[in-house]
Structure formats: C-alpha cells, structure tokens
Design a protein around this ligand. Structure first.
Ligand SMILES: [Zn+2]
Length: 178
C-alpha cells in the first residue's frame, strides 16, 4: 500500500473533478474494465486527470486520482444508479455519455433521490405503502412536499400539498376520468 503524496480531494462525488469540483459528466476519454468494475477516464477542464469507478451493476463506487481511490459518500445501504440523458431531438435519444445519478434509499418507505444526494436541494420522491394504496410524496427540493400521488385499486389521484382535494383523479385500468 503506497501512501498518497497528494492532499485529499476537495470533492468526492460521482463524475465530479476531485481537484476543482466541476461536473465532468460527458468528458469521458476512455474506459477500462477491471475485474467486476469499470473505470471512466476523465480529464477535467482544469487539467486534472481522474477515473470514475463503477461496479459491475454500474453503481458509482469511487474516484481515483494519482493512484488513490476515494469511495463516494452516501448513507449505508444506498443504491446508486446512473441513467442516461434522454433527448428525443437526437438521432440516438439515450445519451450514455451524459449520465445522471439516481439514489434509492430505504426509509419507512423508499426515497428516490434525483441527482446528487449530498446536494441537499435535489428533488426526491418518497414512496410509501399503506394498507390500501401506494403513495408518492413529491419533494421539489429539501423543503415541503409539492403534491402527493396516490394509487388505490381503482383510482389514481394527484393532490397538492396545500389541499385535501385532488386536482386530478383518474380511474385505473382505463383512460376514463372520474
Ligand atoms: Zn477540475
């Protein structure tokens, strides 16, 4: 085990430059497979060369710079996934060179964090199961919910957080509005 001569990175986030913290998604030069992992070689605009590592199921694992690997933070048990950027204006709509982080976190329900979970301002969806329905609580940022989407056996509803009355109700199993 060699000790790193360099200082600890200022930023340890998937696809971000460990030196300057810039978002480097889309700057991949090359990839390499190593056992059950895949590394993405990235050169930041600041000149820093680093490797973003993912495991065999493409969950972000850590960043390697100057021969040292720093594991990404996050709560234990988080499942981190990446999805491509979908752009139907392009010939190939799924752009894998522009990956986006999605984190699944088990709480009393399942929280789906869209973007960087360390940001504190990423939108998230909290999915809960009650005896008779699925409930999805939509958070636009770290503040109060914006609306609640519920699926019962027969209906789907969208209710603003400021009201008890759904603004949209639809029968399930048909397109008919009720
Ligand atoms: Zn940089």
């Amino acid at each position: 085990m060699s000790k790193a001569k360099t200082e600890k990175p200022v930023c340890v986030k998937p696809w971000h430059c460990p030196r300057c913290g810039a978002d480097c998604s889309g700057l991949t030069n090359n990839t390499k497979d190593q056992g059950e992992a895949v590394g993405y070689y990235i050169t930041c605009h600041c000149g820093c060369e680093f490797i973003h590592w993912e495991n065999v199921t493409y969950e972000p694992y850590g960043v390697e710079v100057d021969g040292e690997t720093y594991v990404y933070s996050g709560k234990e048990g988080d499942l981190r996934l990446t999805i491509p950027t979908y752009n139907d204006q392009q010939e190939e709509p799924c752009d894998y060179s522009r990956p986006n982080l999605v984190t699944l976190r088990q709480e009393t329900g399942l929280r789906v964090i869209l973007g960087d979970p360390d940001d504190g301002n990423a939108p998230d969806l909290l999915i809960e199961r009650t005896p008779d329905r699925w409930r999805i609580i939509v958070h636009p940022d770290s503040s109060d919910p914006m609306c609640v989407i519920e699926f019962t056996e027969k209906t789907a509803t969208v209710t603003p957080d400021t009201s008890d009355t759904p603004v949209l109700t639809q029968s399930r199993g048909s397109q008919e509005r009720v």
